[in-house]
Write a protein that binds this ligand. Structure first.
Ligand SMILES: Nc1ncnc2c1ncn2[C@@H]1O[C@H](COP(=O)(O)OP(=O)(O)OP(=O)(O)O)[C@@H](O)[C@H]1O
Ligand SMILES: [Mg+2]
Length: 290
């Protein structure tokens, strides 16, 4: 079981979109996948239709420090489950979830809460891959979600201010996470994914800037070879409640499905060469098109 947290210190860079699309693709490739919505905004919780809508969600996990079956919802996609962010409507053990960040902050074991809850038999036995979506601002929820992960993924937009923000923000985040070393835990390595590359963006320059700051970032940051083009398909798929690899669309010869396949092969090497729906080089998957 591998836990990947999708992080960033900036809003609107594509964290939720990436989490939802990679999760559904991995599930379509045959892995048992759990998504965890650790952002109070709850965007990931609304990304796909749910199958079984569980009574509980993130609140119970954070407050009780464990995942019970009643916290896991299913989605309409096979092998894809989710722990929804039930804030702010839920109360658990008398605690309102609007106070979730405050609750975490007040705990001595704050950085360990999600790590302990997710690296547990119920998750180990039932899932191959866990994707955690996180808030776009630094805070206790982001820290505990980031420290739960074996590896971190961070979208970065190919614009110079954004790359600078990535460098300073991510460096700050990594420094913050390193404080947990006092508790015997280290943050996992971080892979930056250049997202929303347009015609005019000099993505190569940004990639170089990030690569140049590799040492400054404690050698913990690498840049994925696969870059995600800017495409309305990501928005269209989200509006249609579909994973983008199931959407029939081609932009300048590349389908979002091609891009997502390449990216997941890079991020999860055990999936290398596997196609959604299980068709080698396949053009048609069970539920949609590549
Ligand atoms: N490759 C892409 N091309 C075009 N649009 C994209 C791409 N990736 C994401 N988007 C769009 O960018 C917007 C922001 O994406 P998303 O909500 O995933 O960001 P976020 O980092 O999760 O934001 P927040 O910090 O608010 O949680 C959405 O409208 C999404 O459809
Ligand atoms: Mg989001």
């Amino acid at each position: 079981m591998v836990i990947l947290s999708v992080v960033g210190t900036k809003g609107g860079i594509g964290k939720t979109t990436l989490t939802a699309n990679l999760s559904a693709l991995a599930a379509d490739m045959g892995l048992r996948v759990l998504m965890v919505d650790a952002d109070i905004q709850g965007s990931l919780s609304k990304f796909y239709q749910l199958g079984k809508n569980a009574d509980d969600g993130l609140t119970s996990v954070v407050i009780s420090g464990r995942v019970s079956e009643s916290a896991i919802s299913t989605t309409v996609w096979e092998r894809l489950d989710i722990i929804v962010c039930d804030a702010p409507r839920r109360k658990f053990a008398g605690i309102e979830t609007t106070d979730l960040e405050q609750f975490i902050q007040g705990r001595i074991d704050a950085p360990m809460i999600l790590r302990k809850a997710l690296r547990s038999p119920i998750i180990e036995d039932n899932y191959d891959l866990v994707f955690i979506d996180t808030p776009g601002a630094q805070g206790p929820l982001l820290y505990t979600a980031a420290l739960a992960a074996h590896r971190l993924i961070s979208p970065v937009l190919p614009e110079t201010p954004s790359a600078r923000e990535f460098r300073t923000g991510t460096f700050e985040l990594l420094l913050k996470l390193e404080e947990a070393q006092a508790l015997g835990i280290s943050p996992g390595p971080l892979t930056a994914v250049i997202n929303r590359v347009g015609h005019t963006n000099d993505a190569r320059q940004i990639t170089k800037e990030i690569r140049d700051s590799y040492l400054e970032m404690r050698g913990l940051v690498t840049v994925a070879e696969t870059m995600i083009p800017a495409s309305v398909a990501y928005n269209e798929a989200a509006t249609a409640l579909l994973p983008v690899h199931r959407l029939k669309r081609r932009d300048r010869g590349v389908t979002p499905s091609d891009t997502m396949h390449e990216l997941i092969w890079e991020l999860v090497p055990s999936l290398s060469g596997v196609y959604a729906g299980g068709y080698e080089g396949g053009s048609q998957s069970e539920g949609g098109e590549r």
